[in-house]
Design a protein around this ligand. Sequence first.
Ligand code: NI
Length: 284
Amino acid sequence: MKIDRFYNLLWQDFVSLAPQAAAIKEKLELLGENVVNDHVAFRTFNMAPINLNNLESYITALGYRRLDSYHFAKKHLDAWSYIRPAAGGSTVDPLIFFSELNVSALSEKAQVIIRRLVNENAVAIQNELEKLTSEVEVPFFCRGRVWSMVTYNEYQQLLAESEYAAWVAVHGFHANHFTVSLNHLKQRRRVEAVLEWVTQQGYTVNEVGGRVKGSPAVRLEQGSTMADQVAVTFSCGHTEAIPGGFYEFARRYPTDKGDLFLGFVESNADKIFESTSSRLNRSE
Ligand code: NI
């Protein structure tokens, strides 16, 4: 699949979980900005066949390669970042941040739920992975849930232990967020300035650990909206609005060598994860 087509399909799918992202992008374009995507983020469970190590084949098939690894002890998450090197060594394509939850850190009760979901279509997914070529028609990360819906009670059980687990169980595979590269904006190139504008437009900003995560000293400043609330019908018939996707804003700074920092910063990302927290969204 051509990289442009991959990102077009991914975005079309993503905005169903994050309509605010489409609206904010359009508002920026109306101001004359050309919106460039810094990175997208994917989430999964560390259980075969959907563990990160397996699913990254879908990313490497697009020409990406691993860049750095990250660990989030309290959230039981591990992540890799991916870069798609262009000719000449520079990167023009978005980075990818792909995390997985260490399911064994959860209670036996939660593990039983997740194991049931993952096992449901494990054989078909495994077969598909074995036959993987670069000609995939629909990105795996547009497929949504590749298992049956959980009950509301099961969702609550997962949510009590891991917001991340609850999110993946209900939504499955989508981009979790897209990110506006502030380096490419003509105005509002600082994160605080763009967050102020986003707030003025009527959107809620993630305030966990402060509105701006990071600083020029760590070469990366980030901020984000709180996820849109999307209506979901659980298998028991109960319908409720729960957090979907969100929009991030990132400004990168040059390293001492002079090239733009292309990594991520764990203490920033740790707080960006909170953008899908329902506890925080409840105050809306
Ligand atoms: Ni991000």
